[in-house]
Design a protein around this ligand. Structure first.
Ligand code: NAD
Length: 424
């Protein structure tokens, strides 16, 4: 099993499991929640570790290690993505499942939090090997998940195709068509209209609300985006359509910058062919770390955790940070950003559009009745705006930054459900 990079040179913890526990403590203290509720919430309820063999194209066998964590099911079945990444760790998966619980709570979904991960870099495997890797993982966790138990979805380096394979494997094992076991599927097998754009669409709604709150015009806002996958790419397109100037974009290989605004459509075409750094029309090339420190109105971290820490937070110039990624800012960075007056829209709010439309997909699968894209987007808009306003009100009432406010909104709902079920 891999271990997490524990601290940076400022002795700041970078272990996401410790970070989320700290975030829970901070919010629970302000709400004077009973300690037994806090103790239950500081650990996942169930965690499964699997090691499963996959036959590679050359006939050899590789054994992959993966995890599925179910944090808390007080509000309903657990829900959360499956990540394929070489740096996946058990602590990371546990932390991500915990953030999912609070994310579902913020937007008022009848779910608890779950998450899965496999230690693998799917970019190093053929399409057929990736299919066997996906089906093998579902086979290994099939008893642990289910439409009323735990419902996975896409995350880093997994997508609709992977969800389709996993749904098929689960359905075969159970001898019946079971689309509600997983969300983010292709449309032809029970996916929801609007799901592939939902994370970014929800994030963009929160950015619109934040800019409005700060009195900054959306049409001329400058934006930098780190990560150009499902979340980052769609956010770039939607914001560019709204008139924002996307001045910088990066992926795992590096970034590009143009003070006059990048042509998002062309950058997407270039990324489809390879990497962002192959884009020929940029003003200049930058690193993914330099992108974070640009003088922009809005910064969207849309890649991985711990990219804004005590080591660079002081140099962040963005007025708004919208956390499309999970866990991009550490608690120490939060403190610095709060002192500087940066408006951070926390991950559990900013990227909750994905799980919200996953919930809509699940509802459609269970009722066998499918909605139009407009219905999906209208309902998403309503949920995001309500959640943003609730978090803002809570934060203002307790004079805390938005992450703590969001945890508080969520904690109240989860604690009430735990009490109603007689757990405490
Ligand atoms: P993805 O696999 O589609 O894309 C990830 C992107 O990040 C890729 O463009 C990759 O090149 C880039 N990347 C990786 N390392 C990087 C680095 N060091 N610097 C810059 N870019 C880097 O993944 P995704 O689904 O877009 O997820 C991105 C983040 O959003 C994750 O934190 C994920 O948990 C979060 N998220 C995703 C969803 C969803 O519905 N997909 C929902 C909620 C949250």
């Amino acid at each position: 099993m891999q271990t997490v990079n524990v601290t940076n040179s400022n002795q700041e913890s970078l272990n996401p499991y410790e970070i989320v526990q700290k975030q829970i403590d901070t919010a629970a203290k302000l709400l004077h929640l009973p300690q037994n509720i806090v103790e239950i919430l500081k650990r996942p309820k169930r965690v499964l570790t699997v090691n499963y063999p996959v036959k590679l194209d050359d006939g050899t066998i590789e054994v992959f290690e993966g995890y599925r964590s179910q944090h808390n099911d007080a509000l309903g079945p657990t829900k959360g993505g499956i990540r394929f990444h070489p740096d996946v760790t058990l602590d990371e998966v546990k932390a991500l499942s915990m953030w999912m619980t609070f994310k579902c709570g913020v937007v008022g979904l009848p779910y608890g939090g779950g998450k899965g991960g496999v230690i693998a870099d799917p970019r190093n495997y053929s399409h057929a090997e990736k299919e066997r890797m996906s089906r093998g993982f579902m086979e290994a966790i099939a008893d642990f998940v289910g439409p009323d138990k735990d419902i996975p979805a896409p995350d880093v380096y997994t997508n609709a195709e992977v969800m389709g394979w996993m749904m098929d494997t689960y359905s075969r094992l159970n001898g019946k068509y079971s689309p509600a076991v997983i969300t983010g599927k292709p449309l032809s097998i029970g996916g929801s209209k609007g799901r592939s754009e939902a994370t970014a669409r929800g994030c963009v709604i929160t950015i619109q609300k934040a800019l409005q709150e700060l009195g900054l015009p959306l049409e001329s806002a400058t934006v930098a985006i780190q990560g150009f996958g499902n979340a980052g790419r769609v956010a770039a397109r939607l914001l560019s359509d709204l008139g924002c100037k996307i001045v910088a974009i990066s992926d795992s290989q590096g970034g590009i910058y143009d003070s006059n605004g990048l042509h998002v459509g062309e950058v997407i075409e270039c990324k489809n062919e390879g990497c962002i750094v192959d884009y020929p029309n940029a003003e200049t090339y930058i690193t993914s770390e330099e992108l974070l420190e640009l003088d922009v109105d809005v910064l969207i971290p849309a890649a991985l955790e711990n990219v804004i820490t005590s080591q660079n937070a002081e140099r962040i110039q963005a007025k708004v940070i919208a956390e499309a990624a999970n866990g991009p800012c550490t608690p120490d960075a939060d403190e610095i950003l709060n002192t500087k007056g940066t408006l951070v829209i926390p991950d559990i709010l900013a990227n909750s559009g994905g799980v919200t439309v996953s919930y809509f997909e699940w509802v459609q699968n269970l009722s066998h009745y499918y909605w139009t894209e407009k219905e999906v987007n209208d309902r998403l808009y309503e949920k995001m705006v309500t959640a943003y306003d609730e978090v803002r009100t809570m934060s203002e009432q307790y004079s805390v930054e938005r992450r703590t406010g969001a945890f508080m909104v969520s904690l109240l709902k989860i604690a009430e459900a735990m009490e109603a079920r007689g757990w405490v």
